[in-house]
Design a protein around this ligand. Structure first.
Ligand code: SF4
Length: 284
């Protein structure tokens, strides 16, 4: 069985497709949810997989305590869905790893390059922190899968995003179509890519994942059943053999030691409301 723990909607990214829309903006100080209180109120049966979601769960100051508590209550796996930025601080990645050996991360990665990713998050510097965060997580032995929301601005680069995911150390890649909710609903024509254009690029990307020995998840299809547990979503999937995908050919930064001021800094740095009037802004 699976359970979902939501730690609120606050986020330090401002993604152009965010389903939470403006609810993901920072709450006034003092109104943030206390993660541990929410975790203790969640019904967890021994052997459950628990998905921890936000907004951005790492903005909850007590996330390591939340993870530890879920472990102690018998969770078989704890999946934190995150933009990974706070793990750019190695000590924070270590604190999460020390909280539970059953932790894995579902990290949002929306571009194969810094301009492509930061365009989607509308947050300068987010790519550098996310990429370093994944490296730190893997260096600490935390399992990582990456989730990419497919848009008009990245669908031609899905195979390269998969390659980057692998290079950073991720075990599996989740490629998800943008939904017409939240911010994406307001500018769907600029964000949601036509299905017939996405399909061949998606096929190419999944073949690349298979070639690289990665697991993958795309809609209702997956490389193998267990990969579903790496990502914060529920439901059955159809298993697709690697041979059925055909073949494909395509071809860091320094983090400070302490994350002490991470939340406050994020509050200041978070971008103004996203502008999506240039769908390929990152290419300029
Ligand atoms: S990372 Fe992006 S999509 Fe996820 S909650 Fe934050 S703003 Fe929304």
């Amino acid at each position: 069985m699976a359970a979902v723990l939501s730690l609120g909607s606050t986020c330090n990214n401002a993604c152009v497709f965010c389903a939470q829309g403006e609810r993901s903006a920072f709450l006034p100080r003092g109104r943030e949810a206390k993660g541990l209180d929410l975790a203790m109120g969640l019904r967890v049966e021994p052997g459950d997989v628990v998905f921890v979601q936000g907004g951005e769960p790492t903005l909850a100051e007590d996330l390591p305590a939340v993870v530890r508590a879920l472990d102690e209550r018998g969770a078989r796996r704890i999946v934190v869905q995150t933009n990974g930025r706070r793990l750019a601080y190695r000590a924070y990645a270590r604190a999460l790893r020390e909280a539970s050996s059953k932790l894995s991360l579902d990290v949002s990665l929306h571009g194969s390059t810094e301009p492509m990713h930061d365009y989607h998050t509308q947050t300068p510097g987010s790519f550098k922190q996310t990429a370093l965060g994944v490296r730190h997580a893997r260096a600490e032995g935390i399992e990582v899968g990456t989730t990419t929301v497919i848009t008009r601005s990245n669908y031609r680069h899905l195979a390269e995003i998969v390659q980057l995911s692998r290079a950073l150390g991720a075990r599996a890649a989740h490629l998800a179509r943008a939904s017409r909710f939240g911010r994406a609903a307001r500018a769907a024509d600029r964000i949601v890519a036509p299905e017939d254009l996405v399909r061949p690029q998606l096929t190419r990307a999944l073949a690349e994942a298979a070639r690289l020995g990665m697991g993958w998840l795309a809609g209702e299809k997956a490389s193998h059943a267990e990969v579903r547990e790496l990502f914060a979503g529920l439901g059955e999937v159809e298993i697709v053999e690697a041979e059925a995908l055909g073949s494909s050919r395509t071809t860091g930064v320094v983090g400070a030691a302490s994350d002490k001021d991470f939340v406050e800094t994020s509050r200041l740095v978070r971008a103004k409301p996203p502008s999506v009037n240039r769908s390929i802004a990152w290419e300029r």
